[in-house]
Design a protein around this ligand. Structure first.
Ligand code: C2E
Ligand code: MG
Ligand code: MG
Length: 568
């Protein structure tokens, strides 16, 4: 279609030729349809190109000219990021020059002397249409902030590379910015956008040196599909250093997951694995690079299997609840105070599976409710049974998972259990891991405050693993602090660790709550904790988590000690 100049805003064409006659002829052919500017040599052409760079639809460029020839102009235009979107049609009488110009990035050529006017007009209009279509596509293909591909086009191109170049060894690399929302919140969105832009730029300059494509997949996630690199730590450091230049204080940390090339694996799957690897970096301060390996693959397969098997496991009673006693160690001999309910999965084929392996999985897909409902019901029932059988109340704490916070029916579910089993709210304590507090602060605090008002007691689990500040702690509704096991592990051998334990005890004193030390395995640890003023201990030293019938032996011991106490 040839456009008519009658329409508003006609397109602008630059005609560059040193011969006046040629300029006149081209002007005559085009003037009814386009606005035209002219230049007589390469130097003048460049000035005009820069002046009209936003408006120019096409350049008709003579190759042989004084001052600066057309090849030089073409080279400058094609090497300039601001200009290289403007299509160039070369005007030439020589076949060899045509070819060279096309290789240098010319869009088309018109041979001299000028022949049929319709042909010239048709060529110009076709090139303009093509280039405008290309611009539209480019806008849809790219993320406006970083000018990297958006995710749909990225995968389209990644698949093409995968299909057409099976011999290229392309790795999937996923990059994430740690706590990006916090960076935004602390420094403003403009700063956040700048971080993304700088990272995008550096990724593009990396790709200029190696074969590959990249996308800003979403918010702060970048995907790179590139030829296998010898050392990804070097690549990560390069990006990290660039961001360090931006701000020393903002503390921007990148993490990277890599899934190395595999012949039969499609890009989408490769990137799933790279993302899994990238997510594994979370919370680990030592290494920020993770390569997806066989071990991760096995874990993922196991995860899939467990998720599939959950319902059958419930139906077939493969889950049981074990109980681990907690002892008051400030009396001699130590006395049984309470217990923690811990789930166990006896899988018919895989054997005993640790909750650490399946709880996070079920938290991720919402099925944790099934597990927690089961454990809470069992525990409530068990407390009632021991009350009935031994006339003693052994409070049992159950673990809430971090996603229970979002369940509006949580309070009702718990309340029913207490009422249906004729228990007191204090008989079933609730353990909430510290990191849940730091992740969903306000929501959790309001939920927990509510549960406490009803009468539940709350234990903050794994304290010391979640980075809550002293300030936050004092506003957190808790009744008991459970010190993270990692503090205990080394207290005998590390003065620093023991000092940390004492610090936790100080914090608890400041908050006016008792401390439970978890993971106490030997007498030495026990003694150190006792001397430091720790109240309650849970750990293998006293007992591993055991089935209820074995736990009863501790109840019987406790009953004997009580009887002894009464007699004295
Ligand atoms: P947790 O709540 O911090 O539970 C304590 C874990 O420490 C238990 O692991 C227990 O067996 C282990 N432990 C206790 N004393 C010692 C010791 O002296 N040495 C060592 N090395 N370990 C000790 P377990 O049973 O494997 O549970 C792991 C985690 O899984 C629990 O950590 C808890 O976060 C979660 N979990 C367990 N049962 C449930 C449940 O019913 N619901 C939910 N949501 N999470 C649960
Ligand atoms: Mg716990
Ligand atoms: Mg714990």
């Amino acid at each position: 279609m040839i456009r008519s100049k009658q329409i508003k805003n006609p397109q602008l064409v630059l005609v560059v030729d040193d011969q006046e006659i040629n300029r006149d002829v081209l002007g005559m052919i085009l003037e009814d349809y386009y606005d035209i500017v002219y230049a007589e040599n390469g130097k003048e052409a460049l000035e005009k190109i820069n002046e009209y760079r936003e408006k120019l639809s096409v350049i008709l460029l003579d190759l042989m000219m004084p001052v600066m020839d057309g090849f030089t102009v073409l080279e400058k235009v094609k090497n300039d990021e601001q200009l290289n979107h403007i299509p160039v049609i070369v005007l030439t009488a020589e076949k060899s020059a045509e070819l060279r110009a096309l290789q240098m990035g010319a869009a088309d050529f018109i041979t001299k002397p000028f022949d049929m006017h319709e042909v010239i007009l048709a060529r110009v209009s076709r090139i303009i249409e093509l280039s405008e279509g290309r611009k539209l596509i480019s806008a849809a293909e790219h993320d406006h902030l970083t000018m990297l591909y958006n995710k749909n086009f990225f995968f389209e191109y990644a698949n093409r590379i995968h299909n057409y170049h099976p011999e290229w060894h392309m790795d999937a690399v996923v990059i994430n910015i740690d706590q990006f929302h916090t960076i935004n919140a602390l420094n403003g969105f403009e700063f956040g956008d700048n971080v993304l832009r700088i990272l995008g730029n550096e990724i593009r300059s990396f790709l200029a040196e190696t074969e590959g494509i990249a996308s800003r997949f979403e918010a702060d996630r970048f995907d790179i599909y590139c030829i296998q690199q010898p050392d990804y730590q070097v690549v990560l450091d390069r990006f990290q250093n660039k961001l360090n230049e931006l701000s020393e204080t903002a503390n921007i940390r990148l993490r990277m997951g890599v899934k190395p090339w595999n012949e039969d694996v499609e890009p989408v799957v490769l990137f799933d694995c790279a993302r899994t690897a990238c997510n594994k970096v979370r919370g680990d301060n030592m290494t920020h690079l993770m390569i997806y390996d066989e071990d991760m693959r096995m874990r993922e397969m196991l995860g899939q299997r467990l998720m599939n098997d959950l319902h059958q496991a419930v139906d077939e009673h493969q889950f049981t609840v074990y109980y681990q006693p907690k002892y008051n160690i400030q009396v001699d001999p130590p006395r049984l105070t309470s217990a923690e309910a811990l789930i166990r999965w006896k899988h018919p084929e895989l054997g005993m599976i640790s909750p650490a392996d399946f709880i996070p999985l079920f938290e991720g897909n919402g099925q944790i409710r099934i597990v927690d409902n089961f454990v809470w019901a069992e525990a409530a029932h068990q407390i009632a049974e021991w009350k009935e059988k031994y006339d003693i109340t052994i409070p049992v704490s159950v673990n809430l998972s971090r996603v229970d916070v979002f369940d509006p029916s949580l309070e009702d579910r718990l309340r029913h259990l207490i009422v249906d089993n004729s228990l007191d709210f204090k008989d079933m304590k609730l353990e909430v891991t510290e990191s849940a507090y730091t992740e969903n602060g306000e929501q959790l605090i309001s939920l927990i405050s509510h549960l406490r008002e009803i009468g539940f007691e709350i234990e903050m689990d794994d304290f010391g693993s979640g980075y809550s500040s002293l300030n936050m702690l004092s506003s957190m509704p808790i009744d008991i602090l459970k010190m993270d096991m990692k503090f205990i592990r080394n207290i005998e051998h590390s003065e620093t660790d023991f000092r940390l334990v004492k610090l936790v005890l100080d914090i608890a004193r400041y908050l006016d709550v008792p401390v439970i030390a978890e993971g106490v395995e030997n007498e030495n640890q026990l003694k150190m904790l006792k001397d430091a003023g720790c109240d309650i201990v849970q750990g293998f030293y006293f007992s591993r988590p055991v089935p209820p019938d074995i736990f009863e032996k501790y109840i019987v011991q406790e009953l004997e000690l009580r009887k002894l106490g009464e007699r004295q």
